[in-house]
Design a protein around this ligand. Structure first.
Ligand code: CP
Ligand code: NVA
Length: 380
């Protein structure tokens, strides 16, 4: 018969909503295999070891840009799956120097069972998938950052209890009679109790349910935002973006094309005013204004993004929800978010960083280990 197609992954736009959900469930189950309480469980002998689908396999981490989280997540996750990760930075191998990308990828793919690639221009990773005999997974390109957004969604599900309230910072005027507010309080509490106790099914806690959220993104149209745009709307969430009107800070046409193909544009608004973006938001997200490779534009960018810093004051003036939470992929510069928000109780940035490991582990297991994105929800 015909050979099985190689399961590459360049953006979450390549996956269906149900495939994304399966990856998230698998990530959550894998995360539970490493939780200390399981070590004392009588079932520990069955639970401590996740799938060893990378046993006797090597994964090439071909990174032409720096990385802390993505690299650590990939190396530690490969280890847990029984495999070995080889970090191949641009100064270590003949990557684009002395040898073209096509030849390098063919050689790496001849000795390794998966390639996790961080590249500059997105076309580089497109060229890699054309010539690689093994799956290539995008570890960040100029256009997309799929593994980041998987970690973000997992983090939101884990913190679902923070979104029980739908109250805005400016309370709505209507419906304030004592009876109706008590009734709605009781109804709200009953709903919260019902939702906060998912019935355990099998050995693992199921991924907590998440109600539809309003997600604000304030800042540059980066690779992180682009994967948000093709993903959140398909999972029932809406996105309100604010960025300066100069087209270089707006969604590139090749990304917007994917957004529209997936029908996601209906759940997206885009404005110049950051206050409009944060209005009624449950979650406020930003990213650096100076992505890797844009260092020469720093002065111009700091000027153009003046007024876009995420602060308590901005979200209060814009009327974000009372309990809005903050997210950032990291690394963070203080320009785009102040210390009060970044290190404050609203911030989910460190749980978000931790979750890079479990989501990358799930993808490595399914793509590199099993060549199967339809895989089961539980590690085996
Ligand atoms: N968020 C993220 O991708 O971080 P690194 O660049 O450190 O990998
Ligand atoms: N937009 C940032 C993300 C870093 C993880 C960059 O590309 O540098």
């Amino acid at each position: 018969g015909s050979p099985v197609p190689v399961p590459h992954l360049l953006t979450l736009a390549d996956l269906s909503a149900s495939q994304i959900t399966r990856i998230l469930r698998h990530s959550y189950a894998l995360k539970q295999t490493s939780q200390p309480w399981l070590k004392h469980s009588q079932l520990s002998h069955r639970l401590n070891l996740p799938s060893q689908s990378l046993f006797n396999k090597c994964i090439a981490l071909v990174f032409s840009k720096r990385s802390t989280r993505t690299r650590l997540a990939a190396e530690t996750a490969t280890d847990l799956l029984g495999g070995r990760a080889l970090f191949l930075g641009k100064d270590d191998i003949q990557l684009g120097v002395n040898e073209n990308l096509r030849d390098s990828v063919r050689v790496i793919g001849g000795m390794c069972q998966g390639i996790f690639a961080r590249v500059g221009n997105h076309e580089e990773i497109e060229e890699m998938i054309e010539h690689s005999p093994v799956p290539v997974l995008n570890a960040l390109s100029s256009l997309w950052h799929p593994t980041q957004v998987l970690a973000d969604i997992l983090t939101l599900h884990e913190h679902a209890q923070r979104f029980q309230t739908t109250e805005s910072a400016e309370p709505a005027a209507e419906n304030t009679s004592p009876e109706s507010s008590i009734t709605s309080l009781i109804e709200g509490a009953m709903g919260a109790i019902a939702k906060s106790k998912p019935k355990p099914k099998g050995l693992f806690q199921p991924l907590p349910e998440l109600r539809p959220l309003k997600i604000a993104y304030v800042g540059d149209s980066t690779n992180v935002l682009h994967d948000m745009l093709v993903t959140y709307p398909r999972l029932g969430h809406s996105i309100q973006v604010a960025s300066p009107s100069n087209p270089i800070y707006r969604c590139p046409p090749e990304v917007w094309k994917r957004v529209v193909e997936l029908g996601c544009e209906k759940s997206i608004t885009w404005d110049e005013d950051p206050r409009k973006a944060v209005h009624d938001a449950d979650v406020v997200v930003t990213d650096t204004w100076i992505s890797m490779g844009q260092e020469a534009e720093k002065a111009q960018r700091l000027q153009d993004f003046n007024g876009y810093q995420v602060t308590e004051a901005l979200c209060r003036e814009g009327g974000a929800k009372k309990d809005w939470v903050f997210m950032h992929c990291l690394p963070r510069k203080p320009d785009e978010v102040d210390d009060e928000v970044f290190y404050g109780p609203r911030s989910l940035v460190f749980p978000e960083a931790d979750n890079r490991k479990w989501t990358i582990m799930a993808l490595f297991d399914l793509l590199f280990g099993k060549w199967d994105l339809t895989g089961s929800d539980r590690p085996s």
